[in-house]
Design a protein. Structure first.
Length: 111
């Protein structure tokens, strides 16, 4: 009887853990968040809406705009690497993996 109770407890615990992981939102790692805060948030804002003073003067705009949502990850990566309009290029200061993670973080902000 005790063996059966232990198995039931294990099953319940396992199910609870799985349910907890499934309900956890997917977010880019803290490194991407730190990179975003250091390189992007001044203009695009912490929330990605571009409503900062610098963002308004540079016409940074929101990541939730349909035009940005339609951009491919490659297009966003290219804008980060090479710069776009008044946005500076970050290709020399960021590694390709950092840019990829930054794109994922930006996509998450746009939701």
């Amino acid at each position: 009887m005790q063996d059966k109770m232990r198995r039931i407890r294990k099953i319940i615990l396992t199910g609870t853990l799985i349910a907890g992981f499934m309900n956890t939102p997917v977010r880019a790692d803290n490194t991407a968040e730190a990179t975003y805060k250091a390189k992007c948030a001044t203009c695009h804002g912490a929330d990605g809406k571009g409503e900062t003073a610098a963002g308004k003067s540079m016409n940074a705009g929101s990541f939730a705009r349909p035009a940005v949502a339609k951009m491919s990850d490659e297009d966003l990566s290219s804008a980060i690497e090479k710069g776009k309009n008044k946005m500076p290029a970050y290709g020399k200061s960021l590694k390709p993996d950092q840019i990829k993670d930054l794109v994922a973080y930006i996509r998450n902000l746009a939701k």
